[in-house]
Design a protein around this ligand. Structure first.
Ligand code: SF4
Ligand code: SF4
Length: 404
C-alpha cells in the first residue's frame, strides 16, 4: 500500500542522479565548522592538523577537523562563528581508533548516546547532535522511522545511501532501537525506490523489528508529512514526532552512528546531492564537513551564469552561501526564472497543495492574519501557482508585519 499525506506537490521532473555512485572528496581549500556560543579551541591558531584532529568543543560535543591543513582559530564570518581550517593539500588522517568492542546487547542507552557525542554524530534533519535526540527519545519512543525520502525530487542522496550503505544503515537502526528502547524501526522512502527497499531487506528480514513504508512521490516530506503518512497523526504547532512516541532520523545519522562506533573514528564527512539544471556536472558527493560552497561549485564544474545554489528544496530552500550547513542534504542549482506575476484566476491549486489545509491567498487578507501562524513555509502554494504569485514571500512579509 502506498501511504500519503494531505496536500503536497508532485514533481515535474525526477532526479537523474539515482544511478550515480557517491564520489568521495577528501580535501578542499578550507572548512568552516559552526561554533556555538560556548565554543572553545583546544589547540592554538596556526597548529598543523590532520583529518580527525581534535580542534575544540562546541555545544557539548568535540569538534574535529575534516581536512588536513592549518587551524586558523575560531573566526567570525558573515555574522557567525566558525572553527576554520585551511588545507595544505594532503589527505593525512589521525590514526587513533577507539572502536566499540562490546556486543550491542551489552550496550546501554547511555553508552550509545555517549558514543554519538564523542564521535560528533549530527542529525541533519534537525541540525542537532544525535546524542541529544537519543537522550530525548530514550524510554519515550516506541517507533523509529528512518526517513529515506529526498528533500527535493532532483536529489538522490538518501537513495544512494540506502543502496551503498544498507548494511551500515541497518546496523545504525539496531543501535537506535537499543538506545531508545523502541520496539520497531520503519524505513520510509518514495514508493518507486524499489531498489532501496530491496537493498535494506538483504540485511534485515525480521518483520517483528523492521518494516518498509512506501510513500507517495510528492513533496515536501518532513516530520509532519511522515507522521500523517505513517501514523495518521497531525502534529500540533511546535509538536515533534517524539511527542507521539516516534523518533524520526535520517539515513545519514544512522549510518554515521554505526560506522563511527564500528571503526572508532569521528564523523568527518557529509553526504549531499548537487543537482538541478543550473550546474554543469550533477554529482552525489561525500565531502568534508564544513566544506565551502565555493569549493562545491568548483567540484561540479561551476554553475550556469544565471543559476544559484538552493539548500535542500526548490519549494522553500534558501540560497546557499559561505560553508555547507549541517542541515543541508541537497544543493539544487536553479536557473533564475523570469516569471511575471499575473492576476489570481481562483484556480484553487494553492489550497489543494497546502499540507496545512489553509487557503493561501486568503491568508493575505487583513482579517486572516492569525492564519499565518499555521503556515509551515513549505512553499508548495507558491511553487504550484500558475499565475506566478509569490505567495510564500507575501505570507512571510505579512508575518513580518504581524510580528511587529
Ligand atoms: S500556505 Fe504555507 S503551509 Fe500552506 S502551502 Fe503555502 S507555504 Fe505551505
Ligand atoms: S494558485 Fe495562484 S492563481 Fe490559483 S488560486 Fe492560488 S493564488 Fe490564485
Amino acid at each position: 500500500m502506498i501511504l500519503s499525506f494531505p496536500g503536497g506537490v508532485k514533481p515535474q521532473e525526477r532526479t537523474r542522479l539515482g544511478k550515480s555512485n557517491t564520489e568521495i572528496i577528501r580535501t578542499c581549500s578550507a572548512i568552516c565548522l559552526a561554533a556555538e556560543g560556548d565554543a572553545v579551541a583546544l589547540i592554538a591558531a596556526g597548529t598543523p592538523v590532520l583529518r580527525a584532529t581534535l580542534l575544540g568543543e562546541s555545544g557539548g560535543m568535540p569538534v574535529y577537523s575534516s581536512i588536513a591543513g592549518d587551524f586558523r582559530g575560531i573566526m567570525e564570518l558573515e555574522g557567525r562563528n566558525y572553527f576554520v581550517v585551511t588545507s595544505n593539500g594532503s589527505e593525512g588522517e589521525e590514526q587513533t581508533r577507539f572502536p566499540e568492542q562490546r556486543a550491542i546487547t551489552e550496550l546501554t542507552s547511555g553508552d550509545i548516546a555517549e558514543s554519538a557525542r564523542r564521535f560528533a554524530v549530527y542529525e541533519p534533519r534537525y541540525s542537532l547532535p544525535l546524542f541529544k535526540l537519543i537522550e530525548e527519545a530514550s524510554g519515550k519512543c516506541r517507533r523509529i522511522v528512518i526517513d529515506c525520502t529526498e528533500t527535493d525530487p532532483l536529489s538522490a542522496i538518501n537513495y544512494r545511501l540506502c543502496i551503498e550503505h544498507a548494511h551500515e544503515l541497518v546496523g545504525g537502526a539496531k543501535l537506535l532501537l537499543r538506545a531508545t528502547g523502541a520496539l520497531k524501526c520503519v524505513f520510509a522512502a518514495e514508493h518507486y525506490r524499489k531498489n532501496a527497499f530491496a537493498s535494506i531487506l538483504k540485511y534485515e528480514t525480521d518483520e517483528k523489528l523492521f518494516a518498509i513504508a512506501e510513500l507517495e512521490e510528492k513533496y515536501p516530506y518532513g516530520d509532519r508529512a511522515i507522521m500523517e503518512s505513517l501514523y495518521l497523526k497531525t502534529l500540533a504547532q511546535n509538536e515533534r514526532p517524539t511527542d507521539h512516541g516516534v523518533l524520526v532520523i535520517s539515513p545519514e545519522a544512522a549510518i554515521a552512528l554505526y560506522t563511527s562506533m564500528r571503526d572508532g573514528v569521528p564523523t568527518l564527512d557529509r553526504y549531499i546531492s548537487v543537482c538541478g539544471n543550473g550546474v554543469n556536472k550533477q554529482r552525489n558527493l561525500r565531502v568534508p564537513r564544513g566544506i565551502t560552497i565555493h569549493d562545491i561549485k568548483e567540484l561540479c564544474g561551476g554553475l550556469e551564469s544565471d543559476a544559484s545554489l538552493i539548500e535542500n528544496s526548490l519549494l522553500c530552500g534558501k540560497r546557499a552561501s559561505g560553508a555547507l550547513s549541517d542541515a543541508t542534504r541537497a544543493l539544487i542549482a536553479a536557473k533564475k526564472e523570469n516569471r511575471i506575476a499575473s492576476e489570481c484566476t481562483s484556480c484553487g491549486l494553492c489550497a489543494e497543495v497546502c499540507p496545512m489545509r489553509l487557503l493561501p491567498l486568503d491568508i493575505l487578507s487583513e482579517d486572516k492574519l492569525a492564519w499565518t501562524k499555521s503556515c509551515i513555509s513549505c512553499g508548495a502554494c507558491e511553487y504550484i501557482c500558475p499565475s506566478a504569485i509569490p505567495l510564500l514571500r507575501l505570507i512571510d512579509r505579512k508575518r513580518g508585519k504581524t510580528e511587529d
